[in-house]
Ligand binder design. Structure first.
Ligand SMILES: O=C(O)[C@H]1NCC[C@@H]1O
Length: 366
């Protein structure tokens, strides 16, 4: 990799063969910026993934959950600069690689988005799988490369298809998924009393069919879906205290998944729309598919011989999901679920700030 020097600023060219003019170099790294953060930009089924590759201050903490608390309490302005406008937007999603604290892990990762720090993210694991292979963080093996990603929720096993020097489809097994509640009745403002299932796929989701909310995901506007999902999340948070068998930091409702209700196994894809806060997943949502398959498995609607397709109503992108084997998580009967999908590179970025910029720390227009 070639290195160019400009004023006090050093940066590696991401493509060594690319000729970089003085002008390009200036705009990539102005002298006045005390903040230079480099990223690799990907998307998984349409859902953005901003992988921070350089420039983030060092995180502190022995465990990955301690590191998550450290960045939240001490470095949040960096998340805001990268996730919020004008460098990001409501639906931006980021991954910060950190030193893992489990010896089985190849990499550790903290997730970030417009509101804070997630604990598990399937679409990010799919992107990070390719990235780790392509960046040589793990040695590439054909026909597939295996790696382990330590997420705040636990260890996620990842397999990246690798043929003729090219990474492709990615599969992962997240932490054990379990059903927390089935047919839980909650009073949802403006929608009345509805039944939701609550399941853990690395994070907790409230899951219910569109028909319970008087919606049809194939035609509903995104705003209607967001409003309904937010109302459900609020009702569930109020009515159902969640419990994680291993760590209280993991016991929170991450989002609502509105489905098309087609849970009985069939070869055509089922719609999975995951909404977290104001953000609508453009992909079918890896942790959401994990949670939904755990419910389908509990209800006898799917078994390890069947791989189900899940589709995003927003983009038409598809993930597959399959229960692999039964296990336990604390007192909960749990299941390992395999999720697979594709991620793609869309570019690289060098983000800077000018100290005099009144909007340098980012903003969101609501
Ligand atoms: O794929 C997933 O699991 C995620 N996508 C954005 C929100 C979820 O964390």
């Amino acid at each position: 990799m070639q290195t160019h020097y400009l004023a006090n600023c050093t940066f590696d060219l991401l493509n060594a063969n690319m000729a970089v003019s003085k002008e390009e170099a200036f705009f990539s790294c102005p002298k006045s910026s005390p903040f230079v953060i480099k990223t690799v930009e990907m998307h998984t089924g349409g859902e953005p993934l901003r992988i921070i590759t350089d420039g983030y201050p060092k995180t502190k903490g022995k465990t990955i959950l301690e590191k998550r608390v450290y960045v939240r309490d001490n470095l949040d302005v960096f998340r805001q600069r990268l996730m919020w406008e004008p460098r990001g937007h409501d639906d931006m999603f980021g991954a910060l690689l950190v030193e893992p604290d489990e010896s089985d892990a190849d990499i550790g990762v903290l997730f970030m988005h417009n509101e804070g720090y997630g604990t598990m993210c399937g679409h990010a694991c799919i992107g990070l799988g390719r990235y780790a292979v392509d960046r040589g963080i793990v040695p590439a093996n054909s026909p597939q490369t295996e790696l382990v990603i330590q997420c705040p929720t636990g260890l996620v096993k990842v397999w990246v298809d690798y043929q003729d020097g090219k990474s492709g489809r990615v599969r992962f097994h997240s932490v054990p998924a379990f059903v927390f509640a089935l047919d839980q009745e909650v009073d949802v403002a403006n929608y009345g009393r509805v039944k939701v299932d609550i399941a853990y796929g690395g994070v907790f989701y409230a899951i219910l069919p569109d028909s319970s909310l008087g919606l049809d995901l194939r035609t509903a506007s995104i705003q209607d879906v967001k409003n309904a999902a937010a109302a459900v999340a609020e009702a569930v948070k109020k009515a159902v205290p969640l419990r994680h068998p291993e760590h209280p930091d993991l016991a929170f409702l991450y989002g609502t998944i509105i489905t098309d209700g087609r849970d009985e196994y069939e070869p055509t894809p089922a719609i999975n729309t995951c909404v977290s806060g104001v953000s609508v997943d453009r992909s079918p949502c890896g942790s959401g598919v994990t949670a939904r398959v755990a419910i389908q498995y509990r209800r006898g609607q799917i078994d390890p011989s069947k791989e189900r397709q899940f589709v995003s109503a927003a983009t038409g992108s598809i993930f597959t999901g399959r229960p692999v084997r039964e296990t336990k998580l604390g007192e909960f009967d749990a299941v390992i679920v395999e999720v697979a999908g594709h991620a793609h590179y869309i570019g690289t970025a060098v983000f800077t700030v000018e100290p005099e910029d009144p909007l340098k720390n980012g903003f969101l227009v609501k």
